[in-house]
Design a protein around this ligand. Structure first.
Ligand SMILES: Cc1cc2nc3c(=O)[nH]c(=O)nc-3n(C[C@H](O)[C@H](O)[C@H](O)COP(=O)(O)OP(=O)(O)OC[C@H]3O[C@@H](n4cnc5c(N)ncnc54)[C@H](O)[C@@H]3O)c2cc1C
Length: 378
């Protein structure tokens, strides 16, 4: 698909070519090891910091943003967990600071997040009746004479076990009685902040994830992102970009699985035709390819035209997660016992695809967003 041909500068095109080359050689070779061990792929991530890809996220330029999304898609074709680590750093750390930070917060943090001196994590999800899109946050920040005191529990923070800095979403209680919501910048090691043990996961296994508890964590007044308790609006903007990133990741996983599947279906068998010579298999692959490419066109259009259209973004995430789960399950079915075996590296795509229907807000909560305004406008 060549939708972006006129959009990218020669420098952006070169970066994408280098990413493809690195993905096809190094990432394709190493992903299996990291999936089996669950180790953090520090050295592989380093490559992208050296290439300065995270600058694309903080520049505020639409073509830069589209180029970064392309990098996430390409990396996800071979190593989805690395893409998860990258999209967390980009959209859960760099974007909030670059879009809402005060000049002082940006000068302290932004360059360090972009060039790898600091890794960030974002804590929104909590144990509650509703999922991540909820505005019902139980973690509370009380304003004090010198700053804020924060208590609560957060679950499933990507990159938390290796993070240097945390952006924590909390309900705010100001001294003047006003209530709101804010994002708080909290350094690792701040007394009262405890990061739990890393969790063992079904897929994206080398993405480090842990819960966090905050027990009367005291931070300065300067820790409130943007110095404004405007968390609801900020979270919506952050989550829209995160959902587009997950949508793009889902497409990369579907495409990677499709390519691996097709390679196997094309193999000459000792007895009988190649699997791809069966018309039924051709038709199922044709359906998959059509679904993947039409979903990709839809997501790219939103990225280029209206990435903050919350309903369109919800549709993009819902659609692409469904496409990824369907594509990876179909491929494992069509490749039979071969695909089921770890060595084929086909089963990993099934496990990795599932996360795209869960994190960034579950598929069910995307349906809620899409349907909500029909009810509200009645
Ligand atoms: C690997 C991983 C990384 C993550 N990283 C982060 C991160 O960095 N930061 C962060 O803040 N969060 C993160 N999350 C959290 C993630 O966004 C949530 O898991 C997701 O939003 C779903 O919320 P939940 O787990 O609380 O599920 P729940 O809200 O408990 O929902 C469980 C299931 O029930 C369904 N359900 C819920 N309520 C209803 C209802 N009323 N009626 C019918 N069905 C319902 C949901 O759709 C879902 O399918 C991560 C999660 C994972 C697994």
């Amino acid at each position: 698909m060549h939708l972006y041909n006129d959009l990218f500068t020669p420098a952006q095109k070169k970066l994408l070519e280098e990413t493809s080359e690195y993905t096809e050689t190094r990432l394709a070779k190493d992903a299996k090891h990291f999936d089996e061990t669950g180790e953090y792929p520090q050295e592989l991530l380093e490559y992208f910091f050296q290439k300065k890809v995270f600058e694309l996220v903080s520049s505020g330029d639409r073509a830069d943003l589209a180029a970064f999304f392309e990098i996430i898609r390409i990396v996800s074709t071979k190593f989805a967990a690395l893409a998860s680590i990258m999209l967390t750093q980009a959209f859960y750390a760099i974007v909030p600071v670059s879009q809402f930070g005060t000049e002082s917060q940006k000068s302290k943090l932004l360059a360090q997040l972009v060039d790898r001196q600091k890794i960030g994590a974002f804590g929104l999800t909590e144990e509650s009746e509703t999922s991540q899109n909820s505005t019902d946050v139980k973690t509370v920040a009380w304003e004090t004479k010198t700053g804020w005191e924060i208590s609560g529990e957060k679950k499933y923070l990507s990159n938390a076990p290796i993070a240097d800095v945390f952006l924590i979403v909390a309900a705010t209680r100001q001294l003047d009685g006003k209530e709101g919501q804010g994002l708080f910048i909290i350094d690792q090691g701040t007394p009262g902040l405890k990061i739990n043990e890393p969790m063992n996961k079904m897929g994206v296994r080398s993405l480090p994830v842990a819960g966090a508890s905050l027990n009367h964590v005291k931070v300065s007044a300067d820790s409130l992102l943007g110095q404004k308790a405007e968390g609801k609006k900020q979270v919506e903007i952050v989550m829209n970009l995160m959902k587009l990133a997950v949508a793009i990741q889902a497409l990369g996983i579907a495409q990677g699985s499709f390519t691996k599947g097709l390679d196997y279906l094309n193999l000459v068998r000792r007895i009988g035709n190649r699997l791809i010579d069966n018309q039924d298999i051709q038709y199922r692959m044709a359906d998959l390819r059509t679904n993947i490419y039409s979903a990709e066109a839809f997501v790219r259009q939103i990225i280029l035209t209206d990435p903050q259209n919350t309903i369109d973004v919800a549709m993009a995430k819902l659609l692409t997660a469904n496409v990824a789960v369907d594509a990876t399950e179909t491929i494992i079915q069509l490749t039979g016992g071969y695909g089921y075996m770890k060595d084929s590296e086909i089963e990993r795509y099934v496990r990795d695809a599932k996360i795209t229907a869960i994190y960034g807000g579950s598929s069910r909560s995307q349906k809620e967003i899409i349907a909500k305004h029909w009810i509200e406008n009645r």
